[in-house]
Ligand binder design. Structure first.
Ligand code: PLP
Length: 379
């Protein structure tokens, strides 16, 4: 019998369902044509892109023309942060981001800093929440853009985006949110949230890797970063990833119709309750109330994070230490540091999906309890 493998790293990426693969298949084979070509088969590819654009726009209450396809969340974040700051630089050169943003936003902001912008990084509280009051104090007359994520990828905290966006607007600044972890998991209505730009990525919700979108509200000025052909109305040159775009829309349709986040949240609460009861000294990171259904971020005192992950891997449990991109490095993540989590504690991120079973969660928690006890006994 093969080794049991339990995949609980859905915040890093998700498996693609067979329905999504089937929706993509025609565009990887027979319908391979370039959507910019004028003959009939190519126009079918064009129509598939536009149908996907409509479906994705409607999923967030946007207009199709406000959706620009990208190569994923990273490109959407770059396009928003750099593009909006550059296009509005004549109004001011001050940008605000939160300290717990994904590196795609943080590094875009750092690049703007090297280009002569002033960048402020907003602190968070112990739960990872950005305070609208702190934002209000930080806004300046020359602030052009505020970027705060909808939900954090490491600790699952859901930020008060509506309040933060209102605050930015009061000061005359535009507001972008990285919704890569939230899209497909939380209801999103861009008008109700009041955001000017929003990033999403397909592979976090059962879609293919390498495709995402940037919602950019009509009328918001945003400098394109990729120059070339006239695709995406000149905002993003390059032949479109037709199969990826079709798969993205299929994944969103599936996320809207299959399973419920409430069930995921119940499993999460079950995992948290067991961990707190069975791992001495353990604490759950992030907000208790405002958190993603699938996220369990747990810190354990007195054991090595790397050793803990290795023992879990030995038992076939796939989880993350902090963010996926920080794994392999022993440095504490910037998110946990900003929240004031003790760097000597081991932190594990367990991320569930609608496909996760209670048996999988129980197995992973059993392994975590045993691994933590073993490491304590030998240290
Ligand atoms: N933003 C957040 C919050 C993420 O979690 C990720 C992926 O880990 C990204 C952006 C980057 O998305 P992508 O992997 O599609 O480039």
């Amino acid at each position: 019998m093969g080794k049991r493998v339990v995949y609980l790293d859905n915040a890093a990426t998700t498996p693609m369902g067979p329905e999504v693969a089937s929706a993509m298949e025609p565009y990887l084979r027979g319908a391979f044509h370039n959507p910019s070509s004028l003959y009939a088969p190519a126009q079918e590819a064009r129509a598939a892109i536009e149908a996907a654009r409509e479906a994705l726009a409607s999923s967030i209450g946007a207009r199709p023309g406000e959706i620009r396809f990208t190569s994923g969340g990273t490109e959407a974040d770059n396009a928003a942060v750099k593009g909006i700051a550059l296009a509005n630089a004549q109004r001011g050169r001050h940008v605000i981001v939160s300290a717990i943003e994904h590196h795609a936003v943080l590094e875009s902001a750092a690049w703007l800093e090297r280009m002569g912008f002033a960048v402020e990084r907003l602190p968070v509280d112990g739960e990872g929440l950005v305070s609208p009051r702190v934002l209000a104090r930080t806004l300046r007359p020359d602030t052009v853009l505020v970027s705060v994520m909808m939900a954090n990828n490491e600790v699952g905290t859901v930020e008060p985006v509506r309040e933060l966006a209102a605050c930015a607007h009061e000061a005359g600044a535009l507001f972008h949110t990285d919704a890569v972890q939230a899209y497909g998991h939380l209801p999103i209505d861009v008008a109700a949230l009041g955001v000017d730009a929003l990033s999403a990525s397909a592979h976090k919700l059962g879609g293919p890797k390498g495709v995402g979108f940037l919602y950019c509200r009509r009328g918001v000025r945003c400098e394109p970063l990729i120059h070339g052909g006239a695709q995406e109305r000149g905002y993003r040159a390059g032949t479109e990833n037709v199969a990826g775009i079709v798969g993205f829309a299929a994944a969103v349709e599936l996320a809207q119709s299959v399973g419920s986040e409430d069930e995921v949240a119940r499993l999460r609460d079950h995992a948290c309750a067991r961990i707190l009861a069975e791992v001495p000294g353990a604490r759950i990171n992030g907000s208790r109330d405002a958190r993603l259904a699938g996220n369990v971020s747990v810190s354990v005192p007195g054991v090595s994070g790397e050793a803990l992950l290795m023992l879990l891997d030995d038992r076939g449990v796939c989880v993350s230490a902090g963010a996926a991109c920080a794994s392999g490095s022993l440095e504490q993540s910037h998110v946990l540091a900003a929240m004031g989590v003790d760097p000597s504690w081991a932190t594990v991120r367990i991320s569930l999906s609608r496909a996760t079973s209670r048996a999988d969660v129980d197995y992973a928690v059993d392994c975590l309890v045993e691994a933590a006890a073993h490491l304590r006994s030998v240290s």
